[in-house]
Design a binder for this molecule. Sequence first.
Ligand code: NAP
Ligand code: MG
Length: 404
Amino acid sequence: MSKIIMQTPLVEMDGDEMTRIIWQQIKEEVILPFVDLKTEYYDLGLPNREATADAVTIAAAEANKKYGVSVKCATITANEQRVEEYHLSKMWPSPNATIRAILDGTVFRTPIVVNGISPAVKSWQLPITVARHAYGDVYKATEYRIPGPGKAELVFVGDDGTKWCETIYDFEDAGVLQAQYNKDSSIKSFARCCFEYALETKRDLWFASKDTISKIYDQSFKNIFQHIYDNEYKNKFNELGIEYFYTLIDDAVARVIRSKGGFIWACKNYDGDVMSDMVSTAFGSLAMMTSVLVSPQGVYEYEAAHGTVTQHYYRYLKDEETSTNPMATLFAWTGALNKRGEFDNNKELIKFAKTLEETAVATIEEGTMTGDLINMWEGKIIPHKVSSLEFLQAIRQKLEKIYS
Ligand code: NAP
Ligand code: MG
C-alpha cells in the first residue's frame, strides 16, 4: 500500500518517562507504517528543557501558533524532588502553563467511551466534555497569613488616580486572606473557545458558576458569556439545533449526574480542575481521558490528560513488566492528525485518524486491553491483559488488514 501523504507538518512535542516510551511505540506501530508523517519535532523532555534553558518550550508553542496544530506528550512538571533527580539548574515552569499562556487557550477534556466499561453513573451514555478556564482565580491568587488583630482592606488605584477601598474584615485574631482576579479579555476568549467548540462538535454547552453568592466576580463571567452568546452565536446555535444555557454550579452538578451525557460543561478554573477529575474517574480512568487546548484564534494542541506515569517508568527501568494504557496518547495523535486533515482538506488523513480510533476501541471491545482496564471490565468476553506494545501491535494487525 502507498502511505497517506501530508501537506503540512504537525508540531510534535515529545515528553518524559513512560509516556515518552509509549510515544515512540505509537509512532512506530500504528502511524509510520500508514502515514508519510511530517512533523516539526520539539523535545520537551526535561533534560532538553534544561539544556535549552526552557527555550524549546517557547519555540514549540510559537511553532504551534504558526502551523495551527500540535500533539504533545506528557511532560514532568519540575518540583524540588525533580530538581535533584535531574540535576536541574532551575525549577523550570510547567510546559503546559507556558504553552497555555502563549496560546491563551481553553482546555477541553473528553473521555474515550468503550462498550464493556460502563461509567459509574449509570445514566451516562455519551461522553461529557469538561471545558476548563485555565487562567487566573485561585491559581494566581495573592495570599497572606494574618498574624494577629488588625484590619484587612481591598484597594484599587486606577492609572487615572481614582481610588477604591473596602474593608474586608476587622480581624480580632490570627487568620488568612486571599485576593483573586481575572480579566474580561481572558473570560471573553474562554467564552468564544467554548461556543466555537460547541459548534464544531455540535453539542449543547452548559456554563455554571456561583453568581448568587459572588455577585460581581462570578456574575461578570455569566454576563460576558450571555452577551457574547446573544450577539455572536445565538443564530448559529439555533441553526444546528444546539443549546447554550447558564445555571448555578450546584444545579449543574445535580443535572450532570442525572443526564445522559453528550454535552460540554464549561467551568471556571477551580471547578474545571476538580470536576474534570470527577468526570474522568466516573467514566473509567485517567488513562482514557483526552485533552485539547483550543485558542480563540483556532490553534489546537492535543494531549493525554494523564501525566508521565512515573511509577510505571521506574518499574520499566528495572525491567519489570508494565502495562501502561496508550489510549489517551494515541487519541492525542488521532485528534491532531484529524485536525491537520481538516485544515489541509486531506480526506485520507481524516479517514485514517477515524479508522485508527475505531480500531483501538474495537481492540478493547474484543477483549485485548492493558492492566488498568481489566479491573473495570464488565463485558461478556474474558479479557486478555497485554503490555502497551502488545496492545499497539494488536491494533496494527487490524489496520494492516484494512489498509492492505
Ligand atoms: P500520572 O502520570 O497521571 O499517573 C498517576 C497514576 O495514574 C499512575 O501511577 C497510574 O496508576 C495511573 N495512570 C495514569 N496514566 C495511566 C496510563 N496511561 N495507563 C495506566 N495507568 C495510568 O500522574 P502523577 O504520577 O501524579 O505524575 C507523574 C508526572 O507527570 C509528574 O512529574 C507530573 O508533573 C506530570 N504530569 C504531567 C501532565 C501533563 O504533561 N499534561 C499532567 C499531569 C502530571 P497505577 O500506578 O495505580 O497503575
Ligand atoms: Mg486536578
